[in-house]
Ligand binder design. Structure first.
Ligand SMILES: [Zn+2]
Length: 311
């Protein structure tokens, strides 16, 4: 995607990089939407691994992320200004389409609302991927690995007026019979990019692509060399999900991924393992090891019960 306009607007060439480096990772990489009853103060006494910056706390955002060199407002995340980047994305809406109105709207809304580079989706044409290799099959999906040479957007380079991307290996999750995708399924994808979650503890969803042969839609997800395993440290990610008033619904070891590069555990399958057809959504679905018998009594489990299963 090339949406730079450096030759059209000379005033922007004067913009200076005013972002702050956050090498010691004391705070989360993006600001968070706190629950409605909290104050505008950021969370300094949290039990989470990293302190949370309240999106309403302008002073803290300035202190932690610095100022946007274009609008001079505090960043909404590391190297990220939500209002300025939303404008850039919107100017490019006319240059792509998924062929599905609902998916287009989901991607557009994510780009307009993103507080940070891991919090939006892109439409990624399938031909952008190389070395697509089948890995495994889940309850409602097939997983492939692939190399994405162009890679995901990291941030906007203010001084050179262009997106900075980084090539990477990704996991492609192809959902069975998803050519007719439901609104409910699309709503669950939103959990991946919600402003309620910290950047590091849920698997990053970079975007959506489509199998040119089956027409099935494919999630483009962060690839984990370390595979998946079970560990109570994922409480950090789960609490973000629960703070947003959601439950995971299909939490098991296969959904907990370990990144051995930076030693971070992440929760995956945020509803992705659910059938995409509305009529199939009732009852237990997906892979469900490690669950005590009482779990099966009521699928509408509360978060305390989820933590019980982790002990
Ligand atoms: Zn800005």
């Amino acid at each position: 995607m090339d949406i730079s306009n450096q030759n059209l607007d000379t005033t922007k060439t004067d913009a200076k990089n005013l972002w702050k480096e956050i090498d010691n990772a004391e705070y989360q990489y993006n600001a968070t939407i706190f629950s409605a009853d909290s104050t505008t103060e950021s969370d300094e006494t949290t039990s989470l691994l990293l302190k949370r910056v309240n999106i309403m706390d302008l002073e803290k955002r300035k202190e932690v992320y610095g100022l946007c060199g274009e609008c001079n407002e505090p960043g909404t995340g590391y190297l990220w200004c939500q209002p300025c980047n939303a404008k850039r994305f919107e100017e490019n809406f006319k240059n792509w389409t998924s062929g599905n109105k609902n998916i287009d709207e989901l991607i557009q809304q994510s780009q307009l609302n993103a507080f940070f580079c891991t919090k939006f989706l892109e439409w990624i044409p399938f031909e952008k991927f190389e070395n697509v290799t089948y890995l495994t099959r889940g309850g409602f999906s097939k997983i492939y690995s692939a190399y994405w040479p162009e890679g995901n957007i990291g941030h906007w380079d203010i001084e050179n007026q262009k997106w900075i991307r980084g090539s990477r290996k990704v996991a492609l999750k192809s959902l069975n019979n998803s050519s007719n995708i439901s609104n409910d399924f699309l709503n669950e994808i939103k959990y991946y990019i919600s402003g309620h979650f910290p950047a590091c503890n849920t698997v990053i969803c970079f975007g959506i692509t489509q199998d040119p042969n089956t027409k099935d839609y494919i999630m483009v997800l962060q690839y984990f060399e370390g595979g998946n395993l079970r560990n109570t440290l994922v409480e950090d990610g789960l609490s973000g999900i629960h703070d947003a008033g959601n439950i995971h619904k299909d939490f098991h070891s296969g959904n907990i991924l370990y990144n051995n590069y930076n030693d971070i555990l992440s929760i995956s399958d945020l509803g992705m393992c659910q059938p995409v057809n509305d009529n199939e959504r009732k009852g237990i679905c997906g892979v469900i090891p490690y669950m005590a018998p009482k779990f099966y009594v009521d699928i509408n489990i509360q978060k305390q019960q989820i933590f019980t299963h982790l002990e």
